[in-house]
Design a protein around this ligand. Structure first.
Ligand code: HMG
Ligand code: MG
Length: 314
């Protein structure tokens, strides 16, 4: 065996990672038919029952832009009455108006979002990147003063549906700004699932040179089937925080052709098989994926909930 082969990169994977579930937000924002409030609550209950501890439940954005999540205020009111134990609920929030809504909803965590490419950012939030970051000055600081945690997203890091390739240094510079403004963690988004492992390695290594390890998360859409391969690269490089969406629900209404995030059950299956803990019960997660299918009324792309996990032992 030569030296290169004996240095097994998979030997360095962590014992445990943290998952950030985005299906109620990223998943449902992209459904053609609006899911009723009761369906959203059912989905969130199923995710909690599976052991997910961080869930992005909705967006406090303009209901004209994202009508699917127009019931955000009501949803958070209903969830306050549910037994959610220690689950950390978060919601997307683009501006001070969204922050006011989040405060009234008693949400403890918000997530701000900006793209690394101008065209996607303009289409998504009707502002330039600089204007968006300016609006965040009035959102992140006041949120922190109100005792909230703030997460940040940088979208289109692996490519933009309008501009094509995006220079990694652009994304990293924006991520650093978000971190310096008070975001505790930056989620690097492959919004259109364009990434492949070599590019992922480059982006993650640059991120590691700029930000603390715990401040880096990966948000990989699976449009081209490479999300798990990219996550594996991140895992080997030490990343501990991954976004995922049960059943593979998701997409971005302002990124044509974007499919769902990596399916949570596929990610958990891979991680558990590698001895990496997640705190999630895979059987109950598969039930949550099936519940998600029944809630949206269509088959979802996640693989493990279709194949089942028991067949392995048959
Ligand atoms: P705008 O039209 O430029 O906003 O939209 P405005 O400030 O001019 O206000 C226009 C109207 O919207 C006003 O109401 C405001 O009050 C209202 P009117 O006077 O016309 O009745 N408004 C709001 N209403 C409720 N909540 C608010 C809010 N703000 C203004 N927070 C805006 C600007 C940012 C609001 C709009 O573009 C928007 O809501 N965009 C959201 C788009 C979105 O949610 N995209 C999907 C999420 S991003 C994503 O999926 C990527 C991610 O998953 C990572 C990845 O995959 O890479 C995160
Ligand atoms: Mg997304």
């Amino acid at each position: 065996m030569n030296a290169q082969v004996s240095q097994n990169p998979l030997s360095s994977v962590p014992d445990r990672v943290s998952l950030y579930e985005v299906s109620p937000r990223d998943g449902l924002q992209n459904e053609n038919a609006t899911v009723p409030l009761s369906g959203k609550v059912r989905l969130i209950d199923a995710l909690v029952a599976a052991g997910l501890e961080r869930i992005e439940i909705t967006s406090f954005v303009s209901p004209k832009w994202i009508p699917q999540l127009a019931d955000a205020d009501e949803l958070t009111r209903v969830l306050r009455e549910r037994p959610l134990h220690d689950v950390r609920l978060s919601a997307l929030c683009p501006n001070p108006k969204g922050l006011d809504r989040a405060k009234k909803a008693d949400i403890k965590e918000i997530a701000v979002f900006v793209s690394a490419s101008e065209t996607h950012n303009k289409k998504n939030v009707n502002k330039t990147i600089d204007q968006t970051l300016c609006a965040f000055e009035e959102t992140i600081g006041p949120a922190r003063e109100a005792g909230m945690s703030v997460r940040g997203y940088v979208s289109t890091v692996w490519g933009c549906p309008y501009e094509g390739d995006v220079a990694p240094e652009r994304s990293i510079a924006i991520a650093k700004k978000l971190f310096d403004m008070g975001c505790y963690q930056i989620s690097f988004g492959d919004t259109i699932g364009a990434g492949t492992p070599r590019l992922t390695r480059d982006i993650v290594m640059r991120a590691l040179d700029t930000l603390p390890l715990a401040a880096i998360a990966m948000h990989m859409h699976d449009t081209r089937g490479a999300a798990l391969a990219n996550i594996l690269v991140g895992l080997e490089l030490g990343i501990r925080h991954f976004d995922a969406s049960v059943g593979g629900l998701g997409g971005c209404p302002y990124a044509p052709g974007a499919a769902g995030n990596v399916a949570t059950e596929d990610l958990v299956y891979m991680l558990h098989g590698m001895g990496v803990g997640t705190g999630v019960d895979l059987e109950r997660l598969v039930e949550a994926a099936r519940a998600a299918e029944s809630i949206v009324g269509r088959k979802l792309p996640g693989k493990v909930h279709q194949a089942g996990i028991r067949s392995l032992r048959a």
